[in-house]
Design a protein around this ligand. Sequence first.
Ligand code: NAD
Length: 339
Amino acid sequence: MEEIGVGVYGVGRMGLAHVQRIRERLRGARVVAVADPDPDFARAVAARPEVTGVLVEEDAAALCARPDVDGILVAAWDDAHEQAVLAGIRAGTRVFCEKPLTPTAAGCRRVIEAEVATGRRSVQVGFMRRFDRGYRDLRGLVSSGDLGSPLLAYCAHRNPSQPDGFEAHQIVSQVAVHEIDITRWLFGEEIVRVRVDESRRSSRSPEGLIDPLTIVLWTASGIRVNVEAVCFAGYGYDIRCEVLCEDGSAALAAPSFPAVRDRGGARTRIEDNWIHRFEDAYDTEIQSWIDSVGAGTSVGPNSWDGYAAQAVCDAAIASMDSHGDVVPVDLGPRPDLFS
Ligand SMILES: NC(=O)c1ccc[n+]([C@@H]2O[C@H](COP(=O)([O-])OP(=O)(O)OC[C@H]3O[C@@H](n4cnc5c(N)ncnc54)[C@H](O)[C@@H]3O)[C@@H](O)[C@H]2O)c1
């Protein structure tokens, strides 16, 4: 198979990490050009030694217009996703878009409509946990039925800290969105209602933020998922997931690090950030996107998945704002393109 040409829109932490994984570890693709909502930033990044030979374009539409670009990878800040993804769909260019597909369910609907109008699926959304070995094994176990019907689950998503400017609602749209997607994927069901419970506020969390939160999700068949979302846990990036079924339980296996035993006791390492914790998952995710672009197929989470997750986020934010109302989620009909 020939190499595909990739344009990267948004070259902050995530965009640059994807550029590097394509250049250094993945096969079947080359990064042709980059662009960013801040063109000076794109030029500065393209001048860095680890990005040599990559051209700079003005925007996502210009990336798509290049004859040597087969797919664009959108990793700009959330508010810039919709326009970039729509530019890709209209140009007939395949799109990988970091989560969230757009920051509102209404924006995701516009993406879905544009895709339906073309009659083909062309967008993969960056819910990389679906490519993580531990989550895949957990899903295989739950769906095998060996443990009986799933009843409830507990998830923890603890971040050491967040950058300056982190806003209250982002605990849902930036953090818990991963557990929202994983819940849909693990159980193969939509989430139908949500409630957000407050707890005592951590003294680490900035003024105006309530951290941690517990987000309670109920699926269509009644499975209840308690998501502990923590933005300022201080000690590390710690991800957990345990599913209780009728005949047993199954928990996510963490990446294995050496188990140290010494005078200080027994311990193992905990990752300090998401890029390291999910590095293998990101590699597998982007490789699968590259392979699918090359093969003309479509894999992984699609625009409907992006929309459904965002609709649950919108409902969770409404629950947050009402200090604990149970808020229903009504997705409306799923277009045949995504069935
Ligand atoms: N899948 C995941 O686990 C995951 C993890 C992190 C981020 N994301 C998503 O990826 C997207 C990008 O996130 P990110 O963490 O890379 O954001 P980022 O803040 O590092 O970069 C986002 C944008 O900020 C601007 N920017 C960044 N650094 C700059 C600088 N030094 N000077 C001027 N402008 C600068 C650029 O316009 C850039 O495109 C977001 O949509 C985010 O939600 C996904």
